[in-house]
Design a protein around this ligand. Structure first.
Ligand SMILES: *Cc1c(COP(=O)(O)O)cnc(C)c1O
Length: 365
């Protein structure tokens, strides 16, 4: 597995260039930077100029803080009971999603006294997942005592259908978010994720929060991918089987070689996040030759039909490109019946990981 840190940095710059002056491009590095490795990716992004980061869990924030002492770090899930002092000790800014979190952070600020504590406020405009219900947000705007001791630095909402520009919910959410934001003057406003950054200038506000696009997932699924690929995954062939009498391949005997067939067995399986749903649907590339995945994906192995390849190409030690320039994350995801996000965040810990561009990132930092 090769991660191109220069490509990640280039993607951030490309997204940043879409923003009007005065608007900032953050980076979402939750889930270990979508599986790419936050320990490498986040410093590369910081070296590229990114100053604001988002994680989901407070533990992710603590780890990120140890790498990046001087950036802003927001924690999407907000302060769970008992974590308040971790936020403070590591200078993490909680995203407050619900009345109990506002109360908790406010109580903590009151106990502490001193300077107000920073917070982001998340209002829900169409996900019904995290965030204050719009009515609660408006009630809070009318009665601000609950915000005593707090300094709101960001007002955010999250789009449900940004990858579908024609979906009417995009405009509805924009309208509702704008109405609520008008009642909270002061904090920066943030609505767009990766795909949201391609909906138009109205969605950009003061801060954009891209994740997937940084890592090369296409934020505009109906159009060519404007982002650079960042991950290359190659599976090593560890055995080649010559089949000359009809027989089946793999668990469940779901693929049957009717005649002569050459099967390359690659040391990658569903335990590595090479999803089992790819069985008899996936494919890879041996050089420039597309080779179909045949049979089921096993825990540690996958089998490819390399009958069309020259013998000296399909040999133990050769590699099959599973993700790369010929077979994108999005193409693999389509074969697996999922999205690029799930492919990346499933990338396993058994891969030999190589980071390119790293040295340059460190030199710039
Ligand atoms: C994960 C997440 C993002 C990033 O979304 P992408 O689609 O990966 O760009 C932004 N905002 C919130 C609230 C998120 O949970």
């Amino acid at each position: 597995m090769t991660v191109d840190l220069d490509a990640v940095a280039a993607n951030w710059r490309r997204l940043n260039d879409r923003l009007p002056a005065g608007s900032e491009c953050a980076a979402v590095v939750k889930a270990d930077a979508y599986g790419l490795g936050a320990g490498k990716v986040a410093p590369a992004l910081a070296a590229a100029g990114c100053r604001t980061f988002f994680v989901a869990h407070v533990e992710e924030g603590v780890r990120l803080r140890s790498l990046l002492p001087s950036v802003a770090i927001f924690v999407f899930h907000g302060p769970a009971p008992g974590t308040e002092s971790d936020f403070l000790a590591h200078r993490l800014t909680p995203v407050l999603n619900a009345p109990d979190q506002i109360e908790r952070w406010g109580r903590f600020a009151a106990q502490r006294g001193g300077l107000p504590l920073e917070a982001a406020l998340h209002v829900d405009t169409g996900m019904a997942r995290l965030g204050l219900a719009p009515a609660d947000a408006l009630a809070l705007a009318d009665d601000r005592r609950k915000l005593d001791g707090l300094r709101l630095v960001l007002l955010a909402s999250h789009l449900a259908c940004a990858d579908d520009p024609a979906h009417p919910l995009n405009r509805t959410q924009l309208r509702d978010f704008s109405a609520i934001a008008a009642r909270f003057p002061g904090p920066g406003r943030s609505l767009a994720n990766s795909s949201g950054m391609f909906l138009g200038p109205d969605w950009l506000f003061d801060l954009a929060r891209p994740g997937a696009a940084l890592y090369g997932v296409n934020p505009t699924p109906d159009h060519p991918n404007p982002m650079a690929p960042t991950v290359r995954l190659e599976g090593k062939i560890i055995q080649v089987r010559e089949i000359d009498t009809p027989q089946s391949v793999g668990y469940g005997a779901t693929h049957r070689a009717a005649g002569k067939e050459r099967i390359a067995t690659v040391a990658v399986g569903y335990a590595d996040g090479y999803l089992r749903s790819l069985g008899n649907r996936g494919s890879g590339y041996l050089g420039d030759l597309r080779v179909p995945l045949v049979g089921r994906v096993s825990m540690d192995l996958a089998t490819f039909d390399v009958s069309a390849a020259p013998e000296d190409a399909a040999r133990p030690g050769a590699v099959i490109e599973l993700i790369g320039p010929r077979h994108t994350v999005d193409a693999l995801a389509a074969q697996a019946g999922t999205i690029g996000y799930e492919i990346l965040t499933s990338l396993g810990n058994r891969y030999h990981r190589r980071y390119v561009g790293e040295k340059e990132a460190h030199e710039r930092a």
